[in-house]
Design a protein around this ligand. Sequence first.
Ligand code: AHM
Ligand code: MG
Length: 324
Amino acid sequence: MRPTLSQFLDALPATVPSNLKALVLDMAAACRDIGQTVNNSAITGKQGALAQENVQGEVQKELDVIANDMMLEPERWHGRVAAVASEEMDTLHPIADGGEYLLVFDPIDGSSNLDVNGVVGTIFSILDAPKGRAVTEADFLKPGKEQVAAGYTAYGPQTTMMLTLGAGTFAFSIDHDRGEWVLIRDQVAIPESTREFAINMSNHRHWEAPVRRYIDECVAGKDGPRGVDFNMRWLASMVGDIHRILTRGGVFIYPVDQRASGKNGKLRLLYECNPIAMVIEQAGGTATDGHQRILDIAPTALHQRTGVVLGSKEEVARVTQYHG
Ligand code: AHM
Ligand code: MG
């Protein structure tokens, strides 16, 4: 029988703090509840856009706010979380004095997919909280390499959680018969080379030269300098695209571009790129912003954006090398 998430966590070395294991279980429970809410949303009618924007000027969907509010319920975290920061909130939100951890999340990533029944997900990152004092925003501004755990849950045909506690990436799925999260893939490994890329091609004219060169060479296929055909996939959901890459390889690119709105990239360093980069690296892939490793970037603001290139090693290295 497949091990459950709690059996998996129990079997980890004693160096992994028991409170961290318990927090991962709390996170898995929160994701299960969010998944159920997403699943029911056509019936409850909670898929629409709200007449409000988040702090980054993006129109919020009802479910963005509902899922975010679910993550703020203090009883979920059993005193282990001092404060949280979310893509959907202006600033940090305190949860419990003395909590050992900070949570960072995007409650519903890819929310433009909600009303078309496409894959969406919850992305999360866990950091150590400061001891003996109140949490400030600066406590969240740590480079991604300091994350103690990270992962995402994809709400697709299956509800699947990819998790890392810094020693490998593991996949779990909800077994509805057992009412449990169970291990479905041990030590996930991304194939090193790939012939598949993911990028929003409609932005082609806005890209900078290195990204244009890389994609043009892929598109040229057998007749171009790469000498092989490439395939393209774009789900408009980072979680969905990353899940595919963790399954059969590939490279995901959301670059900075020449538009005023694109000069810092679209995706957020803390809520999206850091946790996904940790999951990818722990599965043997790499993640850069075109120049440096994502996990080395020292954030200066909670909602900081970044360009991102991640996935199979060889392709990420090539795109990064084209940036010179
Ligand atoms: P969101 O957090 O507001 O949903 O935005 C993030 C999403 C990613 O999941 C996805 O890769 C990207 O935005 C899609 O962007 P675009 O619509 O420009 O293709
Ligand atoms: Mg998002």
